[in-house]
Design a protein around this ligand. Sequence first.
Ligand code: PGA
Length: 260
Amino acid sequence: MKPKIVIGNWKMNKSFDEAEDLICQIEDKLDEYNLETEVVLCPPMIYAELVTDHANDENSHFYAGMQNVSEFENGAYTGEVSAKMLADMDVAFCIVGHSERRKYFGETNAIVLNKMLRLLENDIVPVMCCGESLEERKSENHFNVVQKQIEESIYNLTPEQMERTMIAYEPIWAIGTGETATPAQAEEMLAFIRSLIEKKFGTEMAVNTYILYGGSCNAKNALELFSQQNVDGGLIGGASLKPDDFVKIIEAGETVLHEN
Ligand code: PGA
């Protein structure tokens, strides 16, 4: 079994001082461990230097991530930040295609693909989010929706690019709602996503690709979710803002790794 990856998505939360405090608290708690689980912190972009400074410390236990990037390389795109700029700041991971970005900022699968390509060109690992709405699940269309998201983005990558890409399945009805997918639902969809990767890129790539679950994953349910065969870790929103809870989720990753 490969080590789990736990990614904290802070969304648009925390003042600068609070962000620094949260990073320091997580850092202190992780100091007690000899961790194999990989941890990524994705604060708001304006705190990029803060998080990369801490991540670059030789004793650091986490990587710096971001929540978004421009789909363009550079130029007259007021307000945007390029993948090259993130790379210059030593950002190592970046979430793309989060359902909130798809919903509020009109991100299509084509835009998501462009963002992934810009990140890969700059050696940043894209964490591509996919997932269905409640209506889509109720109408039993969830597999089709996720398949389309994968086919229109991931399927356009070369094998070399795919090797450096991660996927996060986040059912929209579970994000920030307190309603988690059951471990069986998460496992079923993650196994399906892995089968899609296998179909396009072969078995080895499918086995090696990190596929995470996100959506109300918390200190209480992480162990059971992470125990599922296809769940390689979690993309954590609300619980990543609480240092004790976030560290418990990381501990769940360690427990599952060492029990298997
Ligand atoms: P949540 O958010 O853990 O608060 O549900 C997850 C996410 O949106 O990445």
